[in-house]
Design a protein around this ligand. Structure first.
Ligand code: HOZ
Length: 426
């Protein structure tokens, strides 16, 4: 395999990074272990473009893993952060932006009646599953193979994203006693969930799911699947948690639950609502959320939760998306991409999935309905494609088991130019 060669400044930084940062990075997928070769270092991003420290330009289809829905460094976000920072960066005391963000989330996601801000998607999920256990008095959690919910001990079981990319879906360091309280089932297999509820329904605190799993590539719920989970949770007194850290405010103003018409008990959120700054949130039915401290017995806290800079950035991004109806533009771009890629792969052994502005090209004939089928992908062929794209100045997610993201700064002209460059690689 002929990996892309980063420039000299990136290479020097990479040598230094590996001495003092574990694996040279602060989050595993960035280390390029899923595709081989060495990562490059970026110090500038604007719109749909990124530039590495050697001045090389790339068109970006990762968008810092989802937050950059307007593209990088949108002026509205820069202005909001700059203005807010003049008055301080963190107070640790209630600030008005927390109220505005909570009201905005509840307005855009009607299933969320109350919310708690956190500093990451992982923290949001941590809070949501602790709350589900505290509210129901039950211990068992149900998740699905390939779904990734952040690096939460109870959920790093058959997990996606970096855990899958590195071939370690069950992390070391998690007590077997804890892991035994998590049941992992195949995605899109409602009979398997029905059987589990029949056997252990009284033990199940919650079912947590990415409504559109996007940490094992990207595959979609089959018709009736999410509705079936909702019904089973209702029948057995378990909570349904939709992990919308990635899909929230991206697939629609109200996220995947608006697209699929699902009313979960709890929702976890992040990425877009931080505008690129660290943020997460969990929310849902008020009677459940009121179990969280200081009102209830489920403790949850965070020194930087509700950070004014992160909330200013997130609110600016959400307001701009509403002003320009960004979701309509992203759907139009997604349609254009789907048509272009469809023409590129016609008659070839690939499977392309797209919903809204999220996509994945699997290097397998398909179908890809769950993790087992996703893992049939030829990851070596994907790696060659990834590096070939990099040589053309096109940055895709450095793993077959991640999703790609369009942003409102992409244009159909960009997509046509990219298709022209990539078609010879397939
Ligand atoms: N969880 C991120 C995407 N699904 C990966 C981030 C990283 O490892 O850089």
């Amino acid at each position: 395999m002929n990996p892309y060669q980063p420039g000299p400044i990136s290479s020097e930084l990479w040598n230094r990074a590996q001495k003092r940062l574990v694996g040279g990075i602060n989050s595993p997928v960035r280390a390029f272990r899923g595709v081989g070769g060495d990562p490059f270092f970026v110090n500038r991003a604007k719109g749909c473009k990124i530039w590495d420290v050697d001045g090389r330009e790339y068109i970006d289809f990762v968008g810092t893993w989802g937050p950059a829905i307007l593209g990088h460094a949108p002026q509205v976000v820069l202005d909001a952060v700059t203005e807010t920072a003049q008055h301080g960066t963190s107070f640790g005391i209630p600030n008005p932006l927390e109220v505005e963000m909570a009201e905005t989330i509840c307005r855009m996601v009607p299933s969320v009646e109350k919310v708690r801000m956190t500093n990451s998607g992982t923290e949001a999920v941590l809070g949501a599953i602790r709350l589900a256990r505290g509210f129901t008095g039950r211990d068992r959690i149900v998740k699905f193979e390939g779904c990734y919910h952040g690096h939460v001990d109870s959920l790093l079981v058959k997990a996606g994203s970096g855990a899958l990319t590195l071939g370690q879906p069950d992390s070391a360091g998690i007590p077997s006693a804890l892991a035994s309280l998590t049941t992992t089932l195949p995605f899109n297999d409602l009979p398997a969930l029905q059987s589990l509820f029949k056997e252990k329904g009284k033990e199940i605190a919650c079912v947590i799911i990415e409504p559109v799993p996007a940490n094992a590539g990207l595959y979609l719920p089959e018709p009736g699947y999410l509705e079936g989970i909702r019904q089973l949770c209702n029948e057995h007194g378990a909570l349904m948690i939709l992990d919308e850290v990635m899909t929230g405010f991206r697939l629609a103003p109200g996220g995947a639950q608006e697209v699929f018409g699902i009313n979960p008990d709890l929702t976890t959120l992040g990425k877009v609502i931080g505008g690129g700054l660290p943020v997460g949130a969990f929310g849902g039915r008020a009677d459940i959320m009121d179990y969280v401290a200081p009102l209830g017995p489920v403790y949850q806290a965070g020194t930087l939760s509700g950070n004014p800079l992160a909330l200013a950035a997130g609110l600016a991004q959400l307001k701009e998306m509403e002003r320009i109806n960004g979701w309509k533009l992203l759907e139009e771009l997604g349609n254009s991409m789907e048509a272009l890629v469809g023409a590129m792969i016609k008659g070839k052994p690939y499977t392309f999935h797209r919903i809204g502005s999220m996509f994945c090209l699997y290097f397998t004939e398909g179908p890809v309905r769950h993790l087992a089928e996703a893992k049939k992908s030829d990851t070596s062929a994907f790696a060659r494609f990834f590096h070939g794209a990099l040589r053309e100045g096109i940055y895709l997610a450095p793993s077959q088991f991640e999703a790609g993201f369009l942003c409102t700064a992409h244009t159909t002209v960009d997509l046509e130019a990219v298709a022209g460059k990539l078609s010879c690689l397939l």
